[in-house]
Design a protein around this ligand. Sequence first.
Ligand SMILES: Cc1cc2nc3c(=O)[nH]c(=O)nc-3n(C[C@H](O)[C@H](O)[C@H](O)COP(=O)(O)OP(=O)(O)OC[C@H]3O[C@@H](n4cnc5c(N)ncnc54)[C@H](O)[C@@H]3O)c2cc1C
Length: 393
Amino acid sequence: MKEIAIIGAGLTGLAFVNFMKGSKAKFFLFESKKINSENNKFYGRHIVLSNSSKEILIKMGLWEEIKKDAAKIKNIHVSRMGAFGSTLLNSEDEEVDSLGYQIDLGTLYNIFLRNALTLDNIEFIDDFKVEDVLPGNKCKIVSKDFDESIPNAFDSIIFSGGQLDSLYKKFFGEKVYKDYNQTAFVCEILFDKQPSNTAYERFTDMGIIALLPRKESWTFIYSINNIYLENLQGNSKKLTKDFIQKDIGYRCGNIKEISNEVFIPLSLEYYEQFSERNLCLLGDAAHKLHPIAGQSYNLTLRDTLVLSELFKKHEFNNFNLIFKKFLIERDKDIKSTIQFTDNMATQLSDLDFIKSKLIGLSLFLMDTNKKIKLNSIRYITGAKPLDSNLTNL
Ligand SMILES: Cc1cc2nc3c(=O)[nH]c(=O)nc-3n(C[C@H](O)[C@H](O)[C@H](O)COP(=O)(O)OP(=O)(O)OC[C@H]3O[C@@H](n4cnc5c(N)ncnc54)[C@H](O)[C@@H]3O)c2cc1C
């Protein structure tokens, strides 16, 4: 039986092993932290799953459990602060139940973990930091955490360790890196009104706001240009609250409380060549996108589905061929999702007065042009991503 190592048991590593249920290979999932479903550290962070992810999770048999905790996003209101014109993307235009589903990262992680722990072809090796990988037909893992019960040579290795390039950059050529000079300020907001099913995307002089409904509160993400960061960093809660309220207005009510604040520097990072012989990158290790369109992990789930199907089709024989096919099959979706997200993150933020008016006008035109609107919805929701022929807006 073939033996495959997966390095990193975050959302990507766990989703991947869930796909491998009942397959004819043995998987060893290495994780540097202690794996504990009671104590995972996501600090209340949430994630939006697209319709393509929903379809994939239905295939995995996990959607029924996930949907109980997911908040539906039926509309997305897009506007430019201080400019006339806005557009409302809604689920009825695309004839879907919802444009997206927001769920707590910890809840999603626990569902993946609980299910993976029941699978008998997966072995968890936690509290174990992989320090190096040596290539070869049998590739080897190097670590001081080994004991004799753990194998160290594998037929293939999948890197799903997030952003730890030091481990794998020597195998995958140049990494594309773009610093947006923006930082995401992420927090939870409680308003004096109950959340609706509408999410808000708002472009301001300082950056881009996403306000996404949860069941009882909202996720607030301000991708703010670094020169304006001082408005949010190191301020009292009262000043931060006033600043946010001014930029989002009163559509959702008065802010009662903000909590779980974190700052995350924003960049676009990806490898064009994310597989090499019997080694492959998956998840944020392969591509990490700006969060403006909530695409990174949704893209990963689509990668994971394709890779798992290729594994099964080729019965884990000839990893070189499997990973080459994986590169080819995923090329179009990955490139177009990166391009769409990058355009949104760069062209629609940091605008001068004239550009800002033009954006207002385009949002107005978008609202009156069903075709443009539908294309936008398809990208945002990941609808029909695998056979979509949309490459440019
Ligand atoms: C503000 C923000 C909002 C976002 N919103 C969305 C959204 O709405 N929709 C969406 O699709 N995506 C979203 N994303 C992206 C999404 O959160 C990530 O794509 C996803 O969490 C990445 O998971 P991962 O498992 O690939 O990486 P990670 O979560 O980084 O997991 C990697 C794991 O590998 C382990 N590890 C690392 N190195 C080693 C080693 N040497 N040995 C052993 N183990 C190791 C780590 O401990 C960790 O557990 C958002 C991101 C941000 C920043």
